[in-house]
Every structure is written in structure tokens, then in C-alpha cells.
Design a protein around this ligand. Structure first.
Ligand code: SF4
Length: 288
């Protein structure tokens, strides 16, 4: 039905449909399931996302390695004091993103969207926007289908793997998916959704993958917190009517080429970047 962003955009325009509607049709066709079954499945995905985004907000969830944990609660407590630099919406989204990352690092249940390492970004984005704008549960479900369409295109035409394309491929894709979802949830056009998806991806192009000890904890959780903010500002840029001069498909291609040109040490091998700092090496020896 579609492999490229341009094809999905054309389908939406010629049939006067939103991204989520086309993605739903495609899923029903591919999986050979009913509309009701598909919605039930996505509701179950959303339930898991909501649980993981809230689980670490009021109690410290510590990772199996002991390397990380408790930061979601710190962020939530800080937000609740008020008078922060970024404000309630951004701080709340950051706390939720950290929460899912901490649940993941403690071997709890999360939704890999698109991967476990970047699993905090999409849930925190759609939940936070839903809360701020008093949207419906259905709006969040639609946002998830929009995000799925964007993620599928990036996976097909580039990569969503940190080991293959760096963190830009993981957290960048999650931000891109979330930005498109937010735009559509807030009534933006299909073109604006693709603009938001492009902005989120190009904003962090070149971001390397360098987890300490090869564990998906540090700096991963922090990049989920910044990733959701990236999604939100990208959605705002798009909703303001700003166009991406470079089309989405070309941004995806560029991200893939950048990933391919990254040295192996910067692609999840824990041999470069933050993982290779003296402190990163020391922690690795202690943990492993
Ligand atoms: S640094 Fe690597 S492991 Fe961590 S979130 Fe990014 S891509 Fe995933």
C-alpha cells in the first residue's frame, strides 16, 4: 500500500484521509483481522504504555545493574514544585519518558516503539498532549497508528537500530513518530505531520549510540527525556506552519547514510562516546 512517505501522503490526499486511517486499513489488510480486533490490540498497547509512563513517578525504580533509576521521581517532584524553566507540560513529559526508560532497565513491561531503548518517547508525548488539551482516549489510539505509519516507513527505508544507525535511528525515529502523532492529534494537516516527523529526525541527526557497559540505561534514559521534548517542539514548528524544505523521505535517507558512515565504536558497541569515558569504563568494569 505504501513504502515511502510520499506514497502515504498521496494516499491521504487522494482519499481525503488522515495518516492513522490509512495505517489502520493497511494493518487490517496485512494482519487479516477485524477493525475491533485491531483496536483491542492497540488498546492493550496503550495500557502498557500508560502503566510504564507512570510506574516510576512516585517511587524510585532502580535498574537491575544498579546503574540507573529514581530520576523519574526526581523529575516529577521537581515539576510539582512549580516555577521550573521548561514548565509543567515539558517537565511532565520528561518525567514520563524517564519512567518508561526506568521500567525498561528494571526488566518491567514496556512497548518497544520503535525499540526498548527509545520506548519512553512516544508514550510520554501522546499522554502529555492528551492531558494538556483534554483529548480523548481515542485520540491517543489514533496518534499511535499515525506514529506506527511513520515508524514503518523509517524501518523500511533506513533503520531503527542503534547498532546500525546510532541513537538518531532509535531516539530519532521515536521522536519523529511522536511528532507526527502529536500534529495529527491536534488537528494538523497530513503535510504538517510529515513536517513534524522530518524536523524531529533532522534535529538530532548524527546522534551516536554509546551506552555505558552496553546497557540501555545511561545516557539512554536522558535521551528519552530530550527525545520527547524534541518531538514536542518539532510538532509546534510544524503546527506553526513551518515547512520542511527537504521532504521526509530525503531526511530518512540522509539519516540512514549518516548512520552507515558512523564508525563502529559509535554504534552500540560501548567503545566510544560516553561509554568510553574514564567514568564509563570504570562503571563497566564494576558492573560486568
Ligand atoms: S544510546 Fe543507543 S542504546 Fe541508548 S537509547 Fe540511544 S540507541 Fe538505544
Amino acid at each position: 500500500m505504501f513504502n515511502k512517505g510520499s506514497e502515504l501522503l498521496n494516499l491521504c490526499k487522494t482519499r481525503n484521509k488522515k495518516i492513522w486511517e490509512i495505517v489502520v486499513e493497511k494493518e487490517i489488510d496485512n494482519a487479516q483481522i477485524s477493525y475491533e480486533e485491531l483496536m483491542n490490540n492497540m488498546n492493550s498497547v496503550l495500557d502498557t504504555m500508560i502503566n510504564s509512563a507512570n510506574a516510576a513517578l512516585d517511587k524510585g525504580v532502580i535498574s537491575i545493574s544498579g546503574l540507573s533509576g529514581g530520576d523519574a521521581k526526581k523529575m516529577e517532584d521537581y515539576k510539582n514544585k512549580g516555577n521550573t524553566i521548561s514548565g509543567q507540560l515539558i517537565n511532565s513529559a520528561m518525567a514520563k519518558a524517564l519512567s518508561t526508560s526506568e521500567v525498561n532497565a528494571s526488566m518491567g513491561k514496556i512497548v518497544a516503539a520503535p525499540t526498548a531503548g527509545a520506548s519512553g518517547i512516544l508514550p510520554s508525548a501522546i499522554i502529555s498532549v492528551k492531558e494538556k488539551f483534554n483529548l480523548s482516549h481515542e485520540d491517543m489510539i489514533h496518534g499511535l497508528f499515525t506514529a506506527a505509519g511513520i515508524g514503518e516507513i523509517i524501518a523500511k527505508n533506513a533503520t531503527i537500530s542503534g547498532a546500525e544507525g546510532g541513537c538518531q535511528a532509535e531516539c530519532g525515529t521515536a521522536s519523529s513518530m511522536a511528532a507526527a502523532a502529536i500534529v495529527e492529534m491536534l488537528g494538523g494537516s497530513v503535510e504538517a505531520s510529515f513536517n513534524g516527523a522530518s524536523f524531529a529526525l533532522l534535529n538530532i541527526m548524527g546522534l551516536i549510540c554509546d551506552p555505558i557497559a552496553g546497557l540501555v540505561e545511561f545516557p539512554c534514559a536522558l535521551r528519552n527525556a530530550s527525545g520527547v521534548v524534541n518531538a514536542m517542539i518539532s510538532a509546534d514548528l510544524a503546527l506553526a506552519g513551518i515547512d520542511s524544505i527537504v521532504p521526509f523521505d530525503e531526511v530518512v535517507d540522509a539519516m540512514y547514510k549518516v548512520g552507515k558512515s558512523m564508525p563502529e565504536s559509535l554504534r552500540e558497541t560501548a567503545l566510544g562516546g560516553i561509554a568510553a569515558t574514564p567514568t564509563g569504563e570504570k562503571l563497566k568494569r564494576r558492573i560486568l
